[in-house]
Design a protein around this ligand. Structure first.
Ligand code: CTP
Ligand code: CA
Length: 228
């Protein structure tokens, strides 16, 4: 058979992307959040769809334009993202877990708004959230490709990422060094290393669309090789 046209090389592939950052309520108006804009995840979704994939995005608090031909579902908290992932993961071929998921959330947030003339709350009690990606990877099939993302700080970033890839049983982890002010969170560009079992691919500073295409290229290579 003829090779697929390079611009439609993901034809028929079902890609699930998580994007943005979760918000964990303190009360009904306040939350614990993070600085993820959703740009990397949305770029991955847009590029994958352009290349022929059937793309679903689980968007956690993303205020960015949406691409035609991509299905978006909005979530707010880590718990909502976990539920949405559990529902969508079995039917996907590729998971790109770009969302920044809160590691901790306030315990039992009250309904309504905490008033300032009430007793000042001097602490907010936190509990761990479940590791969504780790849980999904445990239930994966051999035909699925699972990619994590890690924002690491400074020296040791790659070593931490290698450990996470193995611990979470991922095919690949995409790591960026957030000690650099010009890339990563809320930036239009990124510079990442894609860590797989076979190699570590350093992608030089580029717009997130280009980084997205290079990550998708690596996914194609991994799948051609038959998984991890
Ligand atoms: N992740 C997840 N559920 C969580 C935390 C993280 O699914 N509760 C996912 C992220 O979406 C990302 C990957 O795990 O794809 C790595 O996230 P990261 O924050 O780098 O790793 P953690 O395991 O949370 O470790 P730490 O934050 O302590 O470095
Ligand atoms: Ca984390």
């Amino acid at each position: 058979a003829a090779a697929p046209a390079p611009d439609r090389d993901l034809d028929g592939l079902r890609v699930l992307v998580t994007a943005g950052g979760t918000r964990e309520p303190i009360d009904s108006v306040r939350y614990v959040g993070n600085r993820s804009s959703g740009r990397m995840g949305f770029a991955l979704a847009e590029r994958a769809a352009r290349r022929g994939a059937e793309v679903t995005v689980l968007a956690a608090n993303v205020a960015l334009p949406r691409a035609d031909g991509v299905a978006y579902r909005d979530v707010e908290t880590a718990a909502e993202l976990a539920d949405a992932c559990a529902a969508a993961f079995p039917a996907c071929d590729v998971l790109l877990m770009a969302a920044a998921v809160a590691d901790f959330r306030p315990v039992d947030p009250p309904d309504g708004k905490i008033k300032k003339d009430a007793d000042a709350p001097d602490t907010i009690r936190l509990e761990r959230t479940p590791d969504i990606l780790g849980g999904l990877a445990e239930r994966r099939t051999a035909a699925q490709t699972v990619v994590g993302f890690a924002a690491e700080h400074g020296d040791g970033a790659l070593a931490y990422a290698r450990g996470k890839r193995e611990r979470k049983r991922l095919d690949a982890i995409v790591v960026n060094d957030i000690s650099r002010p010009d890339i990563g969170f809320d930036a239009r560009e990124n510079e990442v290393t894609v860590v797989t079992a076979e190699r570590e691919l350093a992608l030089p500073f580029a717009p997130k669309e280009e980084i997205a295409d290079a990550i998708l290229d690596e996914v194609v290579r991994l799948r051609a090789r038959g998984g991890s």
